[in-house]
Design a protein around this ligand. Structure first.
Ligand code: NI
Length: 191
């Protein structure tokens, strides 16, 4: 149980492709402890997710969880999910314009387009395979974390740099309009 230091944008490790984890490796104490540390670090930072490269480990592992989150009060809940070697496939062309932030990009948010309906395949921490559909903002969260495993940050996907904003200015100028729009979306899509 350790809260690890989160690497920030500019650190070259965030720009590497992380490698797959073998089933034998997944069962080792060192990888299981890394998963525990990711969960602790994500929760301590109030993140909706965190990926192993964000703590400097170039393995294809991420954790996702949304409870009552002060960073993202409009986000639907997501039970704790540990994804190992995830593969994401969009199911159609529908996208949503989402205001995102990232624990590795302190105090900055911006708008990115995310697929609304995705198929995600992964192994859980016991090595059990999953093949499920994720929709709406939850699909966006999965895409954000999987991007980290390929060295991609949300900044790379910001389609209009004029949407970039600090948290303080987001609250001041953008929050109400975004929450109104995205709440309508969440009601329509359901997750
Ligand atoms: Ni992130």
């Amino acid at each position: 149980m350790t809260v690890r230091e989160i690497l920030h944008v500019g650190n070259l490790l965030l720009r590497q492709r992380s490698r797959e984890v073998t089933p034998a490796e997944l069962a080792t104490p060192i990888v299981q402890e890394l998963i525990d540390d990711l969960i602790d670090t994500m929760r301590a930072a109030n993140g909706a997710g965190i990926a192993a490269p964000q703590v400097g480990e170039l393995l294809r592992i991420a954790t996702i969880e949304v409870r009552d989150n002060p960073r993202y009060p409009y986000k639907p809940r997501i039970p704790l999910t540990v994804v190992v070697n995830p593969i994401i496939q969009p199911l159609d062309d529908e996208v949503v314009d989402v205001n995102e932030g990232c624990l590795s990009v302190p105090n900055l948010r911006g708008n990115v387009l995310r697929h609304v309906n995705v198929r995600v395949r992964w192994l859980d921490r016991e090595g059990t395979p999953h093949d499920e559909v994720r929709r709406g903002l939850t699909a966006g969260t999965f895409q954000h974390e999987c991007d980290h495993l390929d060295g991609v940050l949300f900044l790379d996907r910001v389609h209009d740099t004029r949407t970039l904003t600090t948290w303080e200015q987001f609250e001041r100028f953008h929050r109400d309009a975004f929450v109104a729009r995205i709440s309508e979306f969440v009601q329509r899509v359901g997750s």
